[in-house]
Design a protein around this ligand. Sequence first.
Ligand code: NDP
Length: 326
Amino acid sequence: MFQGILITKDDAGYRAGLQAIDEAVLPEGDVTVRVAWSTLNYKDGLAITGRSPVVRRFPMIPGIDFAGTVESSSHPAWKAGDQVVLNGWGVGEVHCGGLAEVARVKGDWLVRLPAAFTTRQAMAIGTAGYTAMLCVLALEKHGIKPGDGEILVTGANGGVGSVAIALLAQLGYTVVASTGRVAESDYLTRLGAASVIDRKDLSEPGKPLGKERWAGVVDTVGSHTLANACATTRYRGAVAACGLAGGMDFPATVAPFILRGITLYGIDSVMAPQAVRVEAWERLARDLDGAKLETITSEIALADAPAVADKLLAGQVRGRVVVKVG
Ligand code: NDP
């Protein structure tokens, strides 16, 4: 038996809470990991609260990511004592996840913990931070350079947004942070935002084309915000879309694509190939300021995860939340 958050769904309803879990609940896998830290991402909030049908098998241990130490392995790449990180692959959705003391997964899903990070730091970054890096890589590979103009980051106070701002500022880009919490502007400028705008400026239905402003965009919000971001991106600029915090719809026109040649990059962290993950983690080790990472991180106990999941979905959590598991 081990401690963890378990989600059950039956006639009595959808419930998530800390309890002793029998090892028989764990799925098949060739590596068993003693989890040290996990995190709360937006998707974990959806899973724990049942707000969206993220969990597709019950009972389920939520937690789309974790960092810890291999306890046993029959996978050739891993041996007991190795420190590992896992993001995505359906873990916490269809395969039991990181919000428990023990996880059993496929060795092919694991990434070696970068030497630059402790397990806690790796989860302070978590799926949100690794996704932020995937967005930054997409803009870089498009050819956008510091000095090319302003980069818009939406959902700025959230996990993806906070890490994206820190990374882009460290790399020398001029970052404009869009937020519903303008009162948190000091936090955003300390992270490296050059200026802060109210998310209302982007969240109402807009025109097919607006005044050209952004050299690039990291969007975590979707819906009208993404459509307006595209409509105000400069000629041949690029938008990296990774989130739906404001809605899953995309009420846009083709005008920015066919008249301004902008590019919309879809960013998926869940099924990203191993080489992409390794590149992202290597770049995080190089480009993310450890002191800034600590300022955006708050720590909770496993038992607090359900209550904090509610707050996260209500937009009341700033930055990243690490969950002490081990
Ligand atoms: P957080 O909850 O930490 O941050 C989301 C932020 O979005 C909030 O802090 C808030 O920022 C803003 N926001 C919330 N509600 C609304 C709304 N109704 N309208 C506009 N803005 C809103 O989540 P994460 O950073 O973990 O994730 C952000 C998004 O990215 C989520 O949709 C998540 O599902 C997605 N994601 C996708 C991944 C992928 O692989 N594609 C991987 C990881 C995340 P503020 O208060 O500053 O306005």
